[in-house]
Write a protein that binds this ligand. Structure first.
Ligand code: AMP
Length: 586
């Protein structure tokens, strides 16, 4: 007997990633090696060359920032190389490592590996960023069934929970590094996305950076240079800033401890006081930046705030009081708080899996989505007597319900012109230079004749965000066409095989040992807090632990682990056992 292929829903986040399956008529989050469901999107390469992902990598970031990388989702679609422990990676490769770690978690949980996935992306991700997301999935050995917009997934999760009445809902999605606003109409089991807007470089981490920049300023350092000059100090101070940001949810005044150059926060460490009002002042510019996409989304949906029935808050950063107040001021009352902003997207991704599989549990749910960007081509304009190229002719306008197919007719410029290159763009600017080029379509064998021969250009945008461009020559009946996200990831077969092989060479740190690696990082971090004899004693304890960690003496290892745990407890630094509980997930 063979098992049916397994599809999972994945929220591949800037800060954390989650994986969910649809089981027994409802979505369920898959636990990671530590028993939590949020896996930090952090990758580390150990001295041994092994790869660490998640909580253990996040903890290593404090003690060895040069070996770890976080926030790489911000670089998706940019083709930029990121150096990590002497190796170069792309953002797609680093993301694929996070996905591989989630795949391992599914294997451990369900006893079998998933074969395919629905992966969520910010609605405002452009085609290049979506393509990189697909590539990451493929590099992790997953067939990417669909790339779904995060707010749409959140809406699905909401719709799945709540299928009565009619209402206009605004999804306010502020993650670690991206901001999306989506307006939709919910009518019984039908979710109709009306508009989407956002910014792909604005998120909770920018609020942390504001605190970090302020604290660095207070100690006479400049944010832009400090990371290179004092990486350990900055890594630790960023952690303090992150903790402070979260504490503003409960207190009006927070204390940041200033680490020394080695990232240590010893007894005599200087401290800085930051009040909530001052924090909010520091963030005024960021709040202003949130306003624009909200206004754009409402305009796109042709609705005013008075017609919005509720706001669905998505993304960990919406926990900040300053954000909730901002939304409450716009809405005129507090936004709803029924769904967990960290989990709602992953749940929705699993609902999408069920929808694709025609699962009875979601049988009546219907959803329509929109194309978040305008798509078009480059054209030449006649301005007075001059012909000027570089202008943008939109073909599919943003916020058009998808799937959709639209056509525009363009004309040859010169007599006997036999070829035309149709340059395809995405974006809103009047000139193509300010938009993103997605590809080209070459039209050939245009029959000789005067200028002004017709070429009909048709764009088709499907539910997956796949764009198909077709050119038709009415004079000859010839058709030319291209699919912009070709081969799904944009790589040809050979390049894909090589890329896969490359990634498979990387060995994962054994999943069962991840907690041991975390303990090592935690203990190393604790060393920094201590001085004198206590420090020397802990270092000795760690040395023994590390030496047995890599040996095959499991019995001896269990003893040394217990000893180290005891030693940490005695020193007043108990090792947190669950990453989402009392741990350092500050
Ligand atoms: P996400 O990408 O949705 O996982 O969002 C993570 C972002 O939410 C990060 O910038 C976190 O710092 C932020 N975040 C998570 N929890 C809180 C909290 N309690 N208060 C403030 N920000 C938070």
């Amino acid at each position: 007997m063979t098992l049916a292929p397994l599809t999972v829903g994945i929220d591949l986040g800037t800060t954390n990633s989650l994986c969910a399956v649809f089981e027994d008529g409802k979505p369920r989050l898959v636990p990671n090696a530590h028993g939590g469901v949020l896996t930090p999107s952090v990758v580390a390469v150990l001295k041994s060359g092994e790869v660490l992902v998640g909580e253990a990598a996040r903890e290593l970031r404090l003690t060895d920032p040069g070996r770890t990388c976080a926030m790489f989702k911000r670089w998706m679609g940019q083709g930029r190389k990121i150096e990590l422990a002497g190796k170069e990676f792309t953002a797609a490769q680093l993301s694929s490592l996070v996905l591989r770690s989630l795949v391992e978690d599914v294997k451990a949980d369900l006893g079998r590996a998933p074969t395919s996935a629905v992966i969520t992306v910010p609605a405002y991700f452009n085609e290049h960023q979506r393509r990189d997301t697909r590539l990451a999935g493929e590099l992790a050995g997953l067939r990417v069934e669909r790339v779904v917009n995060e707010p749409t997934a959140a809406a699905l999760s909401h719709g799945y929970h709540n299928s009565s009445g009619i209402s206009n809902l605004l999804v306010f999605d502020l993650g670690g590094g991206t901001f999306d606003v989506t307006v939709m109409e919910v009518f019984e089991d039908t979710l109709e996305i009306l508009s989407s807007a956002g910014e792909s470089h604005l998120g909770g981490e920018d609020f942390t950076d504001k605190i970090l920049a302020w604290a660095l300023g207070e100690i006479g350092l400049i944010f832009e240079h400090a990371e290179v000059q004092q990486p350990l100090l900055v890594a630790r101070l960023r952690d303090e800033a992150e903790r402070a940001k979260r504490l503003f949810g409960e207190q009006d005044q927070v204390t940041l401890r200033v680490p020394d150059e080695a990232g240590n926060v010893g007894h005599g460490a200087r401290s800085l006081e930051l009040g909530a009002a001052h924090f909010e002042e520091l963030c005024e510019g960021l709040i202003e930046r949130l306003r624009k996409p909200v206004e754009r989304a409402l305009r796109g949906a042709r609705l005013g705030w008075d017609q919005i029935d509720d706001v669905l808050m998505v993304g960990g950063a919406t926990r900040m009081p300053i954000i909730r107040r901002f939304v409450a001021d716009l809405l005129g009352r507090a936004p709803q708080a029924k769904l967990d902003p960290d989990l709602v997207v992953a749940y929705g991704a699993a609902v999408q899996v069920a929808l694709i599989a025609d699962n009875k549990a979601v049988g009546d749910l219907v959803m329509t989505d929109v194309c978040p960007f305008t798509l078009g081509i480059e054209v030449t304009k006649e301005l007075g007597r001059r012909e000027v190229d570089g202008y943008y002719l939109p073909i599919i306008h943003r916020n058009t319900t998808v799937p959709v197919s639209c056509e525009e007719v363009v004309y040859t410029l010169r007599p006997n012109q036999t070829t035309v290159t149709v340059a395809i763009y995405q974006g809103e600017a009047r000139r193509v230079g300010d938009n993103i080029k997605l590809g080209e379509l070459h039209v050939t064998d245009i029959p000789h004749g005067p200028a002004g021969q017709e070429i009909a250009v048709r764009f088709t945008y499907d539910l997956n965000g796949l764009v198909e461009v077709e050119a038709y020559l009415p004079a000859t009946g010839a058709k030319f066409h291209t699919v912009l996200t070709q081969g799904v990831s944009g790589l040809d077969k050979r390049a894909m095989k090589a890329a896969l092989k490359d990634m498979q060479k990387l060995k994962f740190y054994p999943r069962d040992d991840l907690d041991n690696q975390r303990l090592l990082s935690f203990a190393e971090g604790t060393v920094k807090e201590l001085e004198g004899e206590m420090r020397a004693a802990l270092e000795a304890g760690i040395d023994v632990y590390e030496s047995v960690l890599y040996s095959s003496d499991r019995e001896g290892f269990a003893m040394m682990r217990a000893q180290l745990l005891q030693q940490l407890r005695d020193l007043g630094f108990p090792f947190p056992t669950t990453p989402e509980g009392e741990s350092g997930r500050d």
